[in-house]
Design a protein around this ligand. Sequence first.
Ligand code: SAH
Ligand code: SF4
Length: 350
Amino acid sequence: MTNLIDLTFHELETLIVSLGEPPYRARQVWQWLWQKGCRDIALMTDVSKALRAKLAEAADIVWPEVVRVRESEDGTVKFLLGLADGEAVECVLIPEKDHYTGCLSTQVGCAMGCGFCATGMLGFKRNMTPGEMLGQVLVARQYLLNKGEPLALRNLVFMGMGEPLLNYENLIKTLESLHHPQGLDFSSRRITVSTAGVKRHLLDLGKTGLCALAVSLHAPTQEQRERIMPGAAKLPLDELIELLRQIPLKPRESLTFEYLLLSGVNDADADARELVRLLSRVKAKVNLIVYNATPGLPFRQPSPERVFAFQEILKAKGLVATVRKSKGADIAAACGQLRAEAACPADDGA
Ligand code: SAH
Ligand code: SF4
């Protein structure tokens, strides 16, 4: 059985043609799926009865199941979602001044093995399908609607569980569906894909213009980087920067680098100066992330003074450097804390 939300618009057209119907009917069905959040083919009232019957035989509409919702004191909402095969992932809604940002997962677990990341500690289970990735948006939007929340879900960041570029084909389909003007209609400026860097897809994604890119750097030298991000061995820093230099940027655009500050590991003045040197080769801005503690991991959060000093060195050299405000830490919804707690019942309600 095909899950309709797994299909791109073009794939939906192909399905509808294969059922003996004209391709333009796809538009109506698409609007039901994405604009109205319809979950039952029978309810697509302006679609002919005949097409509804044929569609219902070939396909269904399955959203991820909301297993649990937790709300942080700061308004951040974390969803634990059950997938059709019993796996689970998490996604997060983050309140901003005039909108919500959705933080989406792309894989169950992750193969990159970063030593500071709760998802990395899970290891890799499987890729998420386009419908599972998009289902996070549908579920989150529905949640806001049910609550009568006036602010809309307007921005998306692929910074949840998993390495998006290791699920490349499904990621591209997901981005295409997100953009469709008769559907969810997210503009590429409002979508950011965060990656630790995957050689065979990085440049391709950059060139599609489907999203903004954020690169998880976290260390200014290859040796330091490999120590905390074993997956980085496959794409050495020099090569990473060279690839990034080839991504076309608009006049005022720059590449975003995420730099996770780990006390005593990569937060020294010398590291900041080395980072400035490394990034002098690209148009860069730096988003500093303060480590969020994860039980069982051997890292510590740097002091606010250290974070400030690190940021000042970057700024003094002309780099735009911001510190990411961490939200949702009280419900383990902050960066690097996602791991689908259903798999860890011992932590329940912790
Ligand atoms: N795999 C992708 C996207 C998901 S991780 C990537 O690594 O970019 C999203 C961001 O959260 C990354 O920058 C990641 O390094 C960061 N992160 C991971 N663990 C963290 C932790 N414990 N505290 C703060 N940020 C963390
Ligand atoms: Fe994977 Fe990103 Fe976590 Fe590294 S930080 S293990 S790439 S999810």
